[in-house]
Unconditional design. Sequence first.
Length: 325
Amino acid sequence: MSITRHAIAIDVTAAMPPERPTAEPIHVNATVVADPDALPERPVVVLAITGGTYHRRYWDLQPPGREGYSQAASLAACGIVFVACDYLGGGDSTRPDDGDFMTLEVAADASHMVYEQVRALAERGELTESLPPLLDATFIGIGQSLGGLISIIQQGKYGDYPALGIFGASPRVITNIPQHKEIAGLRDTPALAPATAPADLSALPMYHGAPRENLRDVFHVPDVPDDLWAYDEDACHTLISRTIAADAMVPGLTAPFADLIDVPVFLAFGEYDVSAHPRGEPAAYPRAPEVTVVVVPDMAHMHNFADTRGQLWRRFVDWLTITAR
């Protein structure tokens, strides 16, 4: 196994609304994770958008003293080219001073442009020096949490992918984890403040994070080791624009786009996640020819930190093998 990693920056300026207050170039960053030695004749390229306040590093976790936490590396070992993407304004991507034009739909427009440019680079053999031209590849989109909502809008609007994976996201109503009756400080968490804030968001910072201390019982099972929780805060925490955060908390905002998705959908939830009824979620995708639902035990919202993450990864790879080839 020879896993390679290559960071790229994608110019998405052309996807921005013409009325935005600045002409500053806008880019979204990504990391290509691949194993050239495992590449099949007809490879699959997965473009993955991370969750709100999460750096794209979430897909490629490498906590000190631990192994086997990188979904990107696990899939790369199966011959899949994994492109871990920041969302618009998150991670290492551009954050203009006035970012209120960064709505959830604009983030999806940016992700569409990321897809188009990644595909073009892959076909020309310019995605990374370690890979040849990928002329007969299948491109699949996935998104975690906020990234799932972005992916729903992107697919409904542009139909980029022949199949779609949605991890820990619902186009219906986001609910809290049922077993955690009280979450200390939740109402004071900036990323969740738009849920109860007035329409005027100007009282919030233009970009803000969500301290993991306030969300530990949402993102992780109760017995998550302290070192993993600290790694989450130190290595994965990033910012989100207040407008994208507000949009993400609006119940049903992405539902009209989910209605338009007409490709197979893979839905993944932890046992303790943001859907009250995960097995009822397929009804949100009435045009999809098939919807696969996987609910993984002993797993909370941020799936890749859970001890049971391997179960989810294997199920997803099995689904890819059937759906994308």
